[in-house]
Write a protein that binds this ligand. Structure first.
Ligand code: HMG
Ligand code: MG
Length: 299
């Protein structure tokens, strides 16, 4: 069966904007987050406290976070790769953090300058200290299905890192299809394998990129397995639709359209969300790649 309610974890301001060529002014980012909240999103990933040279698009995290921190009833998780990132987040009062591990060696090297296990060792004190500060920790896992250098990723390899992240104290995991190559049968197989080692769908979120147009089908497969947390990016932000290799996350509007049709409650005002993404597309100077945005807000 399908769940009665789904929680959307909005990643447009972080996963979306970290991949945009244009540098978006901090004021515009803050306005984007405010409009997302006004459209009914309650979990809005705000930014990352990573090395500014690695992700210059989010180098303004110190300025942005306080501008949006007061929003009523909104959770504003932030990414932290290491203790330095956690220090920066804690100093601003952030208590919801996300670490981000890799299921493959190639991406661990490319994204974190570490091996898979070195990266896990780097996260251990981050998780422990965040929990000690009464925080909530999300553990992302990238390349859960395929990797650009290594090809298809074996399910057991993903399960091993998930187990480590849960044992480390992560409150929830997010299974990342970083390059959008997953298909629904693969999703069902991975969720089944996780269930077999005692990692229930209640602690799992799914994080699909839409490179091959499979994100909604993959989401539907995950919902049927009991997952109720779905990551999405308003307007399908992320990557450049004109660049071959990079596309954004599943668009939040496309997700909401499907969930509404299924009678699943999200608490989101779709018209308001579409208007927000159309506004953001204007700021970025290009149309939104979301089919639902284009259908409901023709340019
Ligand atoms: P490194 O070069 O190995 O860093 O990078 P280091 O630990 O050797 O430190 C070098 C210097 O950087 C030091 O300064 C540190 O203080 C400083 P120095 O002492 O030499 O003057 N430094 C920092 N400064 C500010 N903030 C920090 C920080 N950390 C170190 N947090 C590091 C290692 C992890 C820092 C780097 O690789 C990094 O920042 N990576 C982030 C990459 C990233 O943000 N990727 C995108 C997010 S993941 C994603 O998008 C996938 C996801 O969406 C799911 C999916 O789709 O699969 C989540
Ligand atoms: Mg992502």
């Amino acid at each position: 069966g399908l769940p009665a309610r789904v929680r959307i974890h909005e990643v447009g301001a972080r996963d979306g904007l970290q991949n945009e060529q244009a540098t978006v002014p901090t004021e515009v980012k803050a306005e984007f987050v405010r409009r997302l909240a006004a459209a009914g999103l309650t979990t809005i990933e705000a930014t990352s406290f990573v090395h500014p040279k690695w992700v210059p698009q989010l180098a303004d995290a110190e300025r942005l976070y306080p501008m949006v921190a007061g929003l009523d009833g909104v959770r504003l998780p932030v990414l932290v790769p290491n203790e330095r990132g956690l220090d920066r987040a804690l100093a601003l009062g952030a208590r919801r953090v996300a670490i981000f591990a890799s299921a493959t060696e190639s991406f661990a090297r490319a994204n974190l300058n570490r091996t898979v296990d070195e990266a896990l060792a780097m996260f251990e004190p981050v998780v422990a200290r965040a929990k000690a500060a009464d925080g909530h920790v999300r553990g992302y896992l990238s390349m859960c299905f395929g990797d650009p250098w290594e090809g298809a990723v074996p399910v057991h390899q993903v399960v091993r890192v998930c187990r480590t992240l849960v044992d480390m104290g992560c409150d929830e995991l997010s299974l990342g299809d970083t390059i959008g190559v997953a298909t629904p049968g693969h999703v069902t197989a991975l969720l089944g394998a996780l269930g077999a080692v005692g990692i229930a769908p209640e602690v799992l979120g799914v994080h699909f990129h839409d490179t091959y147009g499979q994100a909604l089908a993959n989401t539907f497969a995950a919902l049927q397995c009991g997952v109720t947390t779905v990551d999405a990016s308003a307007g399908g932000l992320g990557g450049c639709p004109y660049a071959r290799s990079a596309t954004g996350n599943l668009a939040t509007e496309d997700l909401v359209w499907m969930l509404q049709g299924l009678g699943i409650d999200t608490g989101i005002d779709l018209a308001r969300l579409v208007a927000t993404s159309a506004w953001m597309a204007e700021q970025l100077g290009r149309p939104s790649p979301s089919r639902t945005v284009r259908a409901l807000f023709p340019a």
